[in-house]
Design a protein around this ligand. Sequence first.
Ligand code: 6GU
Length: 244
Amino acid sequence: MRIDVLTIFPEYLEPLRAALLGKAIDKKLISVDVHDLRDYTHDVHKAVDDSPYGGGPGMVMKPQVWGEALDTVCAPEADGTLPRLIVPTPAGRPFTQEMAREYATLPWLAFACGRYEGIDQRVVDDSAGRMQVDEVSIGDYVLVGGEVAVLVMVEAVARLLPGVLGNPASAEQDSFSDGLLEGPSYTRPEVWRDLAVPSVLRSGNHKLIDRWRRDQALERTFHRRPELLDRLGDDQLDKHDRAL
Ligand code: 6GU
């Protein structure tokens, strides 16, 4: 998978080269190119923002700079392939595991990081005439810019790519894969600070263990994220689940 990021703070994206993602780059499972938006300015001040039409606080990122940057970085490949353009913004659609799974099937993602009060909306409207553009939020809080949101989304997507995780089963079994939060996990020792590991996990009865884990996931989801239970299809609940 090819990943391009456009930002005025390229150093903010350096964690993409660390740990799990760095290994995926070394293994050539993903390529990451970070581009400095200011390289696409032509004035001595390298200005990327200007005051908003209609007044109000803050600054808006200029369309000409973004236009040139996206024309260059998102130019179609030899076979005509275009990226999915992802614009991180608190005003976007919420990023979910389902979106991460969709992005993991695509050959090319390009991220356009806005700062200040955002990017002139015509940049999105113009790009949408050539490629699919998703304005995406990572949660109901406001960040200073899209860079950290890109770190979040790239990590969520990359761990789903074949060969990135050591153990592919961990991607399938984690929270959200079955629409529920994951229940608690335990390792040795059997008793720690007077707290014992639930005995069922040491029973060796795997049918019982699977049922216990399922019940823990249901209970945790009910208490912490009840709205997730409403979204489950009838086929996602078994007879025992319904009885709870
Ligand atoms: Cl994607 N960007 C910014 N700037 N703030 C956010 C966000 C994104 N998601 C939540 N808050």
